[in-house]
Design a protein around this ligand. Structure first.
Ligand code: ADP
Length: 177
């Protein structure tokens, strides 16, 4: 089987995206309802460069994408400077922040650090098209959806690894140099 042909005709976004079937689910943040400490644990327990923001875990509807470093900086700043933001404060990525009950600590509004239109493809998109988009738009990552539900993520490195596997060559020699 000719490797290039296999790549261009058969590989789909779903074959390259993470998580794999055996992996733990995608690490996401919800657009409202998570506490500062929950997000801090997510940051501590993972090393991903970013997290998709979804409406809810049940819906898996994509709202945006937030970079790990922006989350870290914003939470640190808020804890230091923002009046009353503590571990139990709720984080909101929504446009509208509902009034908090009097007994609640002030919320932390983080819509400003979210990429509101992260690039997405469907799980059936051919990988040669995905690669083309990465190259042309200079993407770092792309999200994968099925019927509007978030399924996975593909990073630039995932693509390089996949192509290296197929071509059995050094990933650095392909495409992105
Ligand atoms: P890189 O691919 O450059 O190392 P990351 O550290 O963000 O970038 O991702 C490491 C691996 O984890 C990649 O295979 C990627 O597809 C996957 N990944 C990235 N973000 C997430 C996430 N939020 N949840 C689950 N897996 C992720």
């Amino acid at each position: 089987l000719e490797p290039k042909e296999e790549f261009s005709h058969k590989t789909l976004a779903m074959d390259v995206m993470r998580p794999r079937r055996s992996d733990p689910p995608l690490s996401v943040v919800t657009q409202d309802g998570m506490s500062v400490e929950e997000v801090e644990s997510l940051i501590a327990d993972t090393s991903y460069s970013g997290f998709p923001v979804v409406v809810s875990h049940e819906s898996q509807r994509l709202v945006g994408f937030v970079l790990r470093r922006d989350l870290i900086i914003s939470i640190e700043n808020a804890r230091q400077r923002q009046e009353g933001v503590v571990s139990t404060s709720r984080i909101f990525f929504t446009e509208y922040t509902p009034p908090q009950p009097p007994s609640f600590p002030p919320p932390l509004k983080l819509r400003g650090i979210m990429d509101l239109s992260p690039f997405t493809v469907t799980d059936h998109t051919a990988m040669d098209i995905v690669v083309d988009i990465f190259r042309k738009l200079g993407l770092r990552q792309c999200l994968v959806t099925h019927n509007g539900r978030l399924l996975g993520i593909i990073t630039k490195k995932d693509i390089l690894k996949h192509m290296a596997q197929i071509a059995n060559r050094d990933p650095d020699s392909i495409l992105f140099n």
